[in-house]
Design a protein around this ligand. Structure first.
Ligand code: TXA
Ligand code: MG
Length: 337
């Protein structure tokens, strides 16, 4: 299959919408990461998504909508708080887990009776949904286990020859996936995956926000997961990633002692000179680190890195999402210095 690279022109989105209606897959830009889009209501189209990514069948897909009226067509028993959250954060990086209606096929929801729904903040994504007239299922467009794509080149690296088209909508502005929440009761939500909408943001709309312990800790054997995605290895480049937690001087000492062939460092902007190995930087504040993290992890593979020592981000604000992705990329290995 030849994977066509499309633009965000109205004519090209029309082509992409036809592909979606015909049960084909399209790489779709969003503000978080690129998604691998398919008609959420078509089981054979959704099956192609699982096959192209190599994704475990029990890991459900997020369904993307372009209009709030689509929400009531897809979900049941919607809590009042969900409408307030939608009002405040949509379009944007928030996914709400709700009880699903029967129109959502089991393959899309990974066999669960719930469905994650979000309205993306990218014109091309919403135009694709509107023009196809369909809710669009879209996991991140990476091969399962690899860092998520934040540029069309990343989508092409992972999906060229496997899907019908990729829409080049530029670099994703947020850079990490959406915040996934479930409802504990009408005024309490639980963050299952941290993202661009922070705990503090959510507290402006609901009384209580629980941060699920699985966000920063490895699940122990037999522990139940509230979100299937929590139990899989994730976001890992080919290189081995280690998070180094401690002061800058101690970080540099540790890395310099472990210098060798294929050893690299990922540091904050302006810190490259403290280490004697080759280093990339990933911004300084939480927003910038989120924006750059996946792209940097992919760059290390292009450089042929074998070991990457990462200066730990602050797990605050969107930094919680950055930390969550890195700790999974590192297989939960954190070195204290
Ligand atoms: O920003 C995003 O959310 C991107 C863009 C493309 O929208 N999508 C994305 O999808 O990150 P994916 O499939 O890579 O991650 C979805 C996560 C998984 O961890 C999955 O287990 C969880 O959301 N999830 C989806 N539906 C769920 C449900 N019904 N119950 C619990 N967790 C769910
Ligand atoms: Mg993903």
């Amino acid at each position: 299959m030849v994977t066509e690279l499309l633009s965000t022109s109205s004519a090209d989105i029309e082509i992409a919408a036809e592909l979606i209606k015909n049960g084909e897959l399209v790489g779709m830009p969003t503000e978080t990461v690129y998604g691998l889009a398919a008609d959420a209501l078509n089981p054979s189209a959704v099956a192609k998504v699982f096959a192209a990514k190599g994704r475990p069948a029990d890991n459900p897909l997020i369904v993307h909508i372009a209009d709030i009226s689509m929400l009531t067509e897809l979900a049941l028993d919607i809590p009042e708080a969900a409408y307030r959250l939608a009002e405040r954060f949509w379009p944007g990086p928030l996914t709400m887990i709700l009880k699903k209606k029967d129109c959502i096929p089991d393959i899309t929801s990974g066999g669960l009776d719930t469905v994650g729904i979000r309205m993306p903040d990218h014109m091309a994504a919403r135009m694709l949904i509107e023009k196809s007239g369909l809710p669009v299922a879209a996991p991140s467009g990476n091969i399962s286990g690899y860092p998520s794509p934040t540029k069309s080149e990343h989508m092409m690296r992972d999906m060229n020859g496997k899907i019908a088209a990729v829409i080049d909508g530029g670099e994703c502005s947020v850079g990490v996936e959406s915040t996934v929440i479930s409802f504990e009761n009408d005024n309490t939500v639980r963050i299952l995956r941290p993202g661009g909408v922070t705990r503090e943001d959510l507290l402006e709309v609901v009384d209580d926000v629980i941060v699920d312990p699985a966000i920063l800790h490895e699940l122990s054997e037999g522990q139940t997961v509230r979100s299937p995605g929590m139990k899989y290895k994730h976001y890992s480049p080919l290189a081995k990633v280690s998070i180094i937690e401690g002061e800058y001087e101690d970080f540099c000492d540790y890395v310099n002692q472990h210098k060798g062939n294929g050893v690299y460092a990922l540091v904050f902007d302006g810190e490259e000179s403290g280490v004697t190995v080759s280093a990339l930087s990933y911004g300084y504040d939480d927003r910038e680190q989120a924006h750059q993290i996946f792209s940097r992890l992919r760059e290390f593979d292009l450089l042929g890195a074998k070991n990457v020592y990462v200066r730990a981000p602050k797990a605050e604000g969107v930094g919680l999402a950055v930390y969550n992705r890195l700790i999974r990329a590192a297989g939960f290995e954190v070195i204290q210095v």
